[in-house]
Write a protein that binds this ligand. Sequence first.
Ligand code: GRF
Length: 202
Amino acid sequence: MNVGVLASGDGSNLQAILDKLHGRGEVDVVAVGSDKADARALRRAAEAGVPARVFAVEDFDGRPARDAAIAGWLEERGVELVVLAGYMQLLDPAFLARFPQRVVNVHPALLPAFPGIGSVEQAIAYGVKVFGVTVHFVDEGVDTGPIILQRAIDLPAATEAKAVRAALRPIEHELLCEAVRLIARDAVRIDPSNPRRVLIAS
Ligand code: GRF
């Protein structure tokens, strides 16, 4: 399965996909796009020999035009699944229509709790004792798409966002790779009787 990754920052989730899945028979990362020219994710792609491109919104006539250009490039590269790995932009509905049920995101909280940015800080402020990671399909809302995989971690005394993020990061890497692998194996389906529910074949 050809995978395209969109990332805005460090790209540690991209790196996990490159290290654990890329070029091993089931998954090839064929494109990495970013809205930020200085994203470390772009350097990680280059180091892995994966074509990478910057799509800065100021270079286009607005976000829909930018997203159409990204979608066109991903289609040209033969992308079958789009992975948002720390991509800090909302995607235009027309982009999502070009990749139906084929865009996934990793989020550092147990959705539907704490969607959007600053989710770890929100969770600490709320006083939760269980944190976690969600991998979900992307729909037009903010972190509202059907949940593919979730994993929780007990951190009853957490007060520092940095420490929580460090505890969540390896879970993100594992869960995101697992979801991509399952999709590559065609083991992920939306439940026909409840479109919120994602069925995983065992
Ligand atoms: C991760 O915490 C991910 O859950 C969130 O953005 C962050 C990206 O980290 N969506 P990285 O760039 O993959 O290191």
